[in-house]
Ligand binder design. Structure first.
Ligand code: DGY
Length: 345
């Protein structure tokens, strides 16, 4: 019988892999969880080690992980009671969804609530790279800021240029809206036409050839892994700036480094890297015209608290036998809702 079809005799036992934003006062995400479940919480600031996670979820019904936890078949096999995994992230590339589905484990994510926060970071990075903001800030701190110089730290204009959005989902659309506000022409490339997208659809080749800024908004999947490779950068304009706020895994970082060093592209602005954290010795940090932020896309208290609430909603709905709003693998639910006789045919 699928795991989540079992009736709970006791309060569900939950493991939460980090202190949740929003505190633990009445109505907070953590308090809501504690009202309905027995919560075991990893209290450290750093991720729970894989062996500890494995041991702590052995008797759990539900798991609320961060994007730092890898949830795969081997881990699920160590947690035979587990019925729901509520990722506190919109991206769920850290979860082997087919392995969850095969075991009747529901997976939920947190879309929507981080759209504007992430689009703000994408645009902040775009502006910082275009206007050489981090170089300038470093000069101020290092005492190399000389008298006003008409030829110093000259950046790229933004207004009147072309912004290419690869992946026209919620966040891509929010970045496109910001581009429109800055007087940019917006192109997008994606598998489907998005009728109300604030930009013009084109194919990826045209987008890369015509954009002054290319901003990545595809989820990390088998298909998008390393899609930004040497051939991708070669198709961009030599002055263009590459922006990535989705997942480091979509980029071949060796190819990006080569493209920056060779001047194949004009600059890069990243909120995500492989690995995270990026070691301070990584050669990417010495590349010309690069700005790197430490995965700050959703990092506002309001956004993170809303993400935590959404993850709690998902977990409680799944454990309560309902259909979570942001269910990633409806097949797991549908298979379980089929009559037992049909399911075993
Ligand atoms: C997500 O939710 O996937 C984001 O990367 C978190 O910032």
């Amino acid at each position: 019988m699928p795991r989540y079809n079992r009736r709970m005799a006791d309060r569900p036992h939950i493991f939460v892999t980090r202190t949740l934003p929003g505190g633990d006062g009445p109505g907070s995400p953590l308090a809501r969880l504690r009202e309905a479940t027995d919560v075991d919480l990893w209290p450290e600031e750093s991720p729970v080690p894989a062996d500890v996670l494995r041991a702590r979820i052995a008797a759990c019904d539900g798991l609320l992980p961060m994007l730092t936890e890898r949830i795969d078949g081997a881990l699920l096999d160590a947690a035979p009671r587990l019925r729901a995994v509520a990722n506190m992230a919109v991206g769920y590339d850290n979860i082997d969804v087919p392995a969850c589905t095969a075991r009747g484990v529901l997976v939920t994510n947190t879309p929507g609530v981080l759209t504007d926060a992430t689009a703000d970071i994408a645009f902040a990075l775009l502006l910082a790279a275009a206007r050489r903001l981090t170089e300038g800030e470093r000069a101020v701190r290092e005492g190399t800021w000389g008298p006003w110089n008409p030829n110093w730290l000259l950046g790229k204009p933004v207004a009147g240029t072309t912004l290419g959005i690869v992946g026209p989902g919620r966040i891509g659309a929010a970045v496109a809206r910001r581009g429109g506000g800055f007087g940019m022409r917006v192109l997008y490339a994606g598998r489907h036409d998005v009728p109300d997208f604030p930009g013009e659809r084109t194919d990826l080749d045209t987008l890369l050839a015509e954009s002054d800024f290319v901003s990545m908004h595809v989820p990390l999947t088998a298909e998008t892994t390393l899609m930004c490779n040497a051939a991708f950068f070669a198709r961009m304009q030599p002055n263009a700036i590459f922006v990535n706020t989705t997942r480091g895994g979509v980029v071949d970082q060796g190819a990006l480094l080569d493209a920056l060093r060779a001047g194949t592209i004009g600059g890069a602005a990243l909120d995500v890297t492989t690995p995270e954290p990026l070691p301070p010795t990584d050669p990417l940090l010495d590349a010309p015209n690069i700005v790197i932020a430490p995965h700050l896309g959703s990092a506002t208290l309001e956004t993170r608290t809303r993400m935590a609430h959404l993850a709690v909603d998902g977990l409680l709905a799944a454990l309560g036998g309902g259909r979570p709003t942001h269910l990633v693998n409806p097949e797991a639910l549908e298979a379980a809702q089929r009559p037992q006789s049909e399911a075993s045919r």
